[in-house]
Design a protein around this ligand. Structure first.
Ligand code: ADP
Length: 152
């Protein structure tokens, strides 16, 4: 069974994340969207709310699970018997950052984990959770950037 983990903060999930999820669904038998929780980090939305936003926006897919973890991503993947990490690439900066992490994860997993990258669909690559948080903080209209579950 091909299982992929899509790790991230998802603070909150955006249409950019959703685009990657939707396109990854047919590629794997199971896709686990996993919020990597770091108790030192300041989040806008609680873990529970972030999980809820994701769950509501992916409930129509049969093979998608939503979970959270606070260990190393490679350890979490091992626990879940996942062979793949899914990540989205928006721009060259994402690529440079992700390249180092992907090599590291492959090395420390003894080559048991491959990272699979999908390029964001055009029109979604400018969206980021940090921009959405800024718009929310300033009272702006962020509804065109996130799945319905985030504002309904
Ligand atoms: P992290 O803190 O791990 O970067 P994020 O929730 O910001 O968590 O991102 C999780 C993943 O989603 C990353 O692979 C990131 O590149 C990807 N991603 C974020 N926004 C977009 C977008 N607009 N299009 C495609 N991928 C995206």
């Amino acid at each position: 069974m091909k299982t992929a983990v899509f790790p991230g903060s998802f603070d909150p999930i955006t249409l950019g994340h959703y685009d990657i999820i939707e396109r990854a669904v047919p590629l794997f038998d199971k896709l686990i969207i996993a919020i990597g929780y770091n108790s030192q980090k300041k989040y806008m939305f609680s873990l529970e709310r972030r999980m809820e936003f994701i769950k509501k926006s992916v409930e129509h897919f049969g093979n998608v699970e939503v979970d959270h973890f606070s260990t190393l991503t490679v350890d979490y993947c091992k626990e879940k018997n996942a062979q793949f990490i899914l990540r989205g690439l928006r721009n060259p900066a994402d690529f440079e950052f992700e390249k180092a992490i992907a090599h590291t994860n492959r090395t420390i997993s003894h080559k048991n984990l491959e990272t699979v990258f999908l390029l964001t669909s055009s029109g979604k690559s400018f969206i980021s959770s940090s921009i959405v948080r800024e718009i929310i903080n300033m009272g702006g209209d962020y509804k065109l950037l996130v799945p319905k579950s985030v504002y309904v």
